[in-house]
Design a protein around this ligand. Structure first.
Ligand code: ZN
Length: 128
């Protein structure tokens, strides 16, 4: 099956890792927090199971941790360079930004994790 988009574009737009067309989440907006995790059971385009096994997305916590650390380092760099802020000011503002970004981080962590696992599986099955 020809893939319509690159992997980077598909991850940024939260698309299915197999067909790169179907949307991974029911609602386009990650807000409100209540609906941020709603995913269809299967890809509407290729039928890939979006919940292959119970607890599948536990591994996404590691991706989420990495994204959070990268986001915090980025925040520290620009806050220090622009305002020359000390650590306690950074910690307060960064904590607020991290809470606001929870749904975005959550979705991208799931998406990236799904791409990693799907990539391994498709190579194992000889689909690539
Ligand atoms: Zn699909």
């Amino acid at each position: 099956m020809a893939k319509p988009h690159s992997a980077i574009y598909s991850i940024l737009t939260l698309r299915c890792p197999r067909c790169r067309s179907g949307k991974l989440f029911v609602k386009s907006s990650p807000y409100p927090y209540k609906t941020m995790a709603q995913m269809p059971e299967k890809c509407p385009v290729c039928g890939l199971d979006f919940n292959p096994e119970p607890g599948f997305y536990w591994g996404a916590m590691y991706v989420s941790y990495g994204l959070t650390v990268a986001f915090s380092v980025f925040n520290y760099a620009w806050m220090y360079l622009i305002w020359g802020w000390v650590t306690w000011q950074f910690l307060i503002v960064n904590a607020i930004l991290l809470v606001i970004m929870i749904p975005v981080t959550f979705r991208y962590a799931r998406c990236i994790y799904f791409y990693i696992i799907q990539g391994f599986e498709s190579k194992f099955k000889g689909e690539e």
